[in-house]
Write a protein that binds this ligand. Structure first.
Ligand code: AGP
Length: 621
């Protein structure tokens, strides 16, 4: 039996003194980057549910809603990213219980879905969809029918239903018999409350509600909240009191707007000078010879005891870990291991007792990365997180960490978050290196290079038109290799990932010399190569690889450092970037590959901010 899981979806909820429908639709529009197979809303209007669901983009839902007069001051909404099975209106959320008493939006996976459905079917419940979420709606109605406590009947029915299920959830539920109340709960799928004046908001991430309030409360796992227009309460599923921690978002709604750019991705590429300033702000020592971090919660003496670092992450964040490995091993002389988070959690790696575990996650909600963090904690390792979302699950579950302060990254393809992560990796290399063998003088030079970095990035961004012209020449290729040595190898991987995920062009990243050991079989006039060749001391080696590729009639694009004009005679297209401190070359070289991928995708007419099959935060395994 094929069944449908809810998964990395967007959730919005409202209860207050305004019409809910527009608040829900605006929120879903902001959440659409999280998943956009289908979308829906439900309000309670004069004591009755008004439910509207549409397949495809949120725009389809908005158009349908504009043709109806959907009233109500309480409502929930959902954008869906299907993991299994068909995308259809009947599988879209919100789902109602069989007698229409409850309506639910759910993000996550109910693992004991089938047995629960059998249990309910045997008691006369019927279903219209194949989703696990509809089972939850009926299970709540089942417990509601049996609940004796009339005052808290709604809340208790949800609690008892959640005792019954195994799996993950971030959910919001409405009940026709309780039109002024919303119940919200979470386990592994992020849910936050937005606190307004005479109104309350619920969302799966803050971008959906930041225009209404910046005062938020994140639910923790196995917590449940009851919201009314004037108040909210949070307990555990067992009605135990919890410490409510209020956060204030550190960005504003205009940060989450496109501000005239054609795509969020392009805006975020051009935001990088400011994002890098934010990543570095307040993080240099008074004598400017090293970095400093307030959130590691480790003393210098404790950090001196660390004899190995392990970095775990997924996707682009995993590539940032590779850059961290090169930089920390070179400048701090500490052995570093890098693992895919999804691999680490099952690999049972033999680690020294003084290993410090880092996870990197822009969203702070990636389930594989969260699982790796939990595995490291289970083994007793101290865990630190580099993340962009204040109060995110990973930020709260780790023992300390470093916030990126990149602002919201809406484009599905990570850009400013990645360069902020590798900038922080460079600062970490400096910080740890200055606790070991790095001299005061080296530290001063390192900090100066970091301080100059935003201006350097502006200079590279100024070449965007040139890079656009180069991209147009390669936009119709089917394959491309990205090649680089040492710390440029991860940037080759990032270039390939960017191209794959937004232009759907097949592309691979390799260590440049490794190309001879197999991938060279792919080289032809149909498979161009993109070289990251910024390091002067191995430029001759890269030129040798370029010549091997050119001799097989492949076209070559190269990024090299200013002063390496000689490269021009060996390649078809050359992008020169400022010659910076070696530790910062990965950041500088990233800008051309981001712009190149962006313009290729644009020439190929791709949906750059919402690439097919992708979602911004992968909260499934
Ligand atoms: C990046 O371009 C991708 N969209 C994706 O690989 C992403 O980096 C990965 O899913 C990790 O996300 P996180 O940083 O939020 O954990």
């Amino acid at each position: 039996m094929l069944f449908i899981y809810a998964s990395m979806c967007g959730i919005i909820g409202y209860v207050g003194n305004k019409s809910a429908v527009q608040i829900l639709l605006d929120g879903l529009t902001r959440l659409e980057y999280r998943g956009y197979d289908s979308a829906g809303i439900a309000t309670i209007d004069n004591g009755q549910f008004r439910v509207l669901r549409k397949v495809g983009r949120v725009e389809n839902l908005i158009n349908a809603a504009n043709q109806r007069n959907i009233g109500g001051y309480i409502g929930i909404g959902h954008t869906r990213w299907a993991t299994h099975g068909v995308v259809s209106e009947k599988n879209a959320h919100p789902h109602c219980s069989v007698h229409g008493l409850f309506s639910i939006v759910h993000n996550g996976v109910i693992e004991n879905y089938e047995s629960t459905k059998e249990f309910l079917l045997s008691r006369g419940f019927t279903f219209e969809s194949e989703t696990d979420s509809e089972v939850l709606a009926n299970l709540i109605e089942y417990h509601f029918n049996k609940e004796q406590d009339s005052e808290n009947k709604f809340l208790k029915s949800v609690q008892k239903a959640l005792f019954h299920v195994r799996g993950t959830y971030g959910l919001a539920v409405l009940c026709e018999d309780y039109p002024g109340e919303m119940i919200v709960a979470r386990k592994s799928s992020p849910i936050l409350l937005g606190i307004g004046s005479g109104e309350m908001f619920v969302a799966s991430d803050a971008s959906a509600i930041v225009q209404h309030t910046r005062d938020i409360v994140y639910l923790n796992d196995r917590e449940i909240a009851r919201l009314t227009p004037l108040d909210f309460s949070i307990t555990t599923l067992h009605n135990e009191n919890v410490d409510v921690v209020k956060c204030e978002l550190d960005w504003h709604v205009e940060d989450a707007n496109r501000e005239g750019y054609e795509h969020y991705m392009l805006k975020e590429i051009f935001e990088q000078p400011r994002a890098l300033e934010n990543a570095m702000r307040g993080r240099f020592s008074d004598d400017l010879s090293t970095a400093k971090f307030g959130g590691l919660r480790m003393t210098t003496r404790e950090l001196r005891q660390v004899d190995r670092l392990l970095f775990c992450a997924c996707g682009t964040a995993w590539i940032a870990c590779l850059v961290a490995e090169y930089l920390i091993e070179k400048y701090a002389r500490i052995p570093v291991e890098v693992e895919y988070a999804s691999e680490f959690r099952y690999r049972n790696s033999p680690l020294d007792k003084n290993t410090l575990v880092f996870v990197i996650s822009q969203s702070g909600e990636t389930l594989d990365t969260m699982a790796a963090l939990q595995e490291a904690k289970r083994k007793g390792f101290r865990t630190l997180a580099i993340t962009n979302v204040v109060g995110s699950t990973i930020a709260r579950e780790s023992d300390g960490g470093i916030y990126q302060h990149s602002g919201p990254e809406i484009g599905v393809a990570s850009t400013k978050a990645f360069t902020a992560q590798i900038c922080i990796a460079a600062m970490l290399a400096l910080y740890l290196g200055r606790m070991r063998d790095m001299s005061f003088e080296e530290g001063i030079l390192f900090v100066k290079a970091l301080d100059d970095l935003p201006g350097i990035i502006e200079r590279v961004l100024a070449q965007s038109e040139k890079i656009e012209k180069i991209a147009e020449k390669y936009a119709q290729c089917d394959d491309m290799l990205f090649l680089g040595r040492q710390a440029m190898f991860p940037i080759a991987l990032e270039g390939a990932l960017k191209l794959k995920e937004i232009s759907y062009m097949h592309s691979e990243g390799y260590p440049a010399a490794e190309m001879k050991h197999g991938p060279i079989a792919l080289i032809s006039e149909k498979c161009p190569c993109f070289f990251l060749a910024t390091q002067g001391h191995i430029l001759a080696k890269n030129i040798a690889n370029i010549q091997e590729v050119r001799s097989r009639h492949a076209r070559v694009i190269a990024v090299a450092a200013e002063g390496s004009e000689l490269v021009d005679k060996f390649v078809d297209d050359l992008i020169l970037v400022p010659d910076v401190h070696p530790a910062l070359q990965p950041i500088v070289a990233t800008i051309p590959v981001q712009l190149f991928a962006y313009y290729i995708a644009k020439f190929r007419g791709c949906d750059i901010d919402k690439p097919r099959n992708l979602a911004k935060s992968v909260t499934v395994e």
